[in-house]
Ligand binder design. Structure first.
Ligand code: 2DE
Ligand code: MG
Ligand code: MG
Ligand code: MG
Ligand code: MG
Length: 321
């Protein structure tokens, strides 16, 4: 199923958010304008704004108000990616050159900063300290996660706990907060907010595991970057973690860490991982989180939007790329 079909009845609200995002990245500097628009026009699934809207449906839904929550959430996601591509030295994203590669690191740093600042401008339109606190806390934790991820790079003496800690911070938290923020801003009762927040967390975990599996399983073309990029950057994802003591995998890992892996060896290594049962194990782990997400939906009060939440969660947990 296409994601577009899933939220067809949210279409006009998503269009409003899309227009607002364009306005939001507008800057008096041509350079920042171009760089921000470059990123915005590369698209993206706009998953986080969708979750803001879906969370808000449990309360007093007003798109004019929700837009001031959904826009900053997506802006924070965008800004973090611009900075992330500097940290990860990534040249391609969503099939396009990244800001840091199209321009340079310096432009990427201040474009990201500008987008962050815009996000704050939007969120403070809502005069609710709880909303500000949730967003600020999330940003702090995402930053902590980035530092942890840098510390964990190229380290094989790590376990599942380290991996889950990283993906929680880099992905699950912002998705969880999106659900939570939409609901809080719409005045939803605390118990429902709690279930929505947990739902977002589980969906986010499931989603990132799939993302990490796809980094190995999908083609360079589908990914818009070389398959296996995570590992080449030193990020030990779940499938790799499961193979870290595998005797056939070891020589590849040694070469990756030494930076001497040839293109042929990259292909062979990918073939090896693809055929291993690490992929199936990782997919199972993703399904486990997806199941927990669906249980949170069951615990939510009766509402037609529950079906939507289920559809989006299933889409995210089953996407092919
Ligand atoms: C994407 O992870 C990274 C997300 C978080 C980046 C956070 C930064 C700190 P990946 P891909 C840079 C600043 C952020 C704040 C304050 C929110 O694994 O494969 O690198 O998409 O993902 O590059
Ligand atoms: Mg990255
Ligand atoms: Mg990164
Ligand atoms: Mg990835
Ligand atoms: Mg990604």
């Amino acid at each position: 199923m296409k994601l577009k079909l899933l939220y067809s009845d949210l279409k006009s609200d998503i269009d409003i958010i899309e227009k607002e995002l364009e306005k939001a990245v507008n800057s008096s500097s041509c350079l920042i304008n171009d760089a921000s628009l470059h990123l915005l026009q590369a698209g993206g699934k706009r998953i986080r704004p969708i979750f803001v809207l879906l969370g808000a449906k449990f309360g007093e839904y007003d798109i004019e108000k929700m837009k001031d929550v959904a826009v900053p959430v997506e802006l924070i996601h965008m800004a973090s990616l611009v900075h992330d591509d500097v940290i990860d030295d990534s040249n391609m994203r969503r099939g396009r050159p990244t800001v840091k590669s199209q321009w340079n690191n310096r432009v990427a740093m201040y474009t990201g900063d500008f987008i962050f600042a815009r996000a704050l401008e939007y969120i403070t339109k809502l005069e609710d300290p709880l909303v500000h606190q949730i967003l600020a806390r999330t940003m702090v934790e995402i930053c902590n996660g980035e530092v942890i991820q840098i510390e964990d790079k190229f380290r094989l003496d790590q376990g599942l706990k380290d991996y889950f800690r990283r993906i929680k911070r880099k992905t699950a938290l912002l998705i969880s907060s999106s659900c939570e923020l939409g609901a809080v801003a719409a005045g939803v009762d605390p118990k429902t907010v709690r279930h929505l927040k947990r739902f977002g967390y589980f969906v986010g975990m499931s989603f990132q595991i799939i993302d990490d599996v796809l980094d190995i399983m999908a083609t360079d073309k589908e990914l818009g970057k070389p398959a296996g990029s995570d590992l080449l950057q030193g990020n030990i994802t779940l499938p790799i973690l499961m193979l870290k003591d595998d005797p056939e995998m070891k020589p590849y890992l040694t070469k990756v860490f030494a930076g001497t892996l040839t293109e042929t060896e990259r292909q062979n290594m990918l073939q090896y991982v693809r055929k291993s049962d690490a992929i199936e194990q990782a997919n199972k782990m993703s399904d486990k989180y997806l199941k927990k997400a669906l249980q949170e939906i069951d615990a939510l009060p009766k509402h037609p939007v529950k079906k939507k939440l289920r559809d989006v969660a299933l889409f995210m947990g089953k996407r092919k790329f």
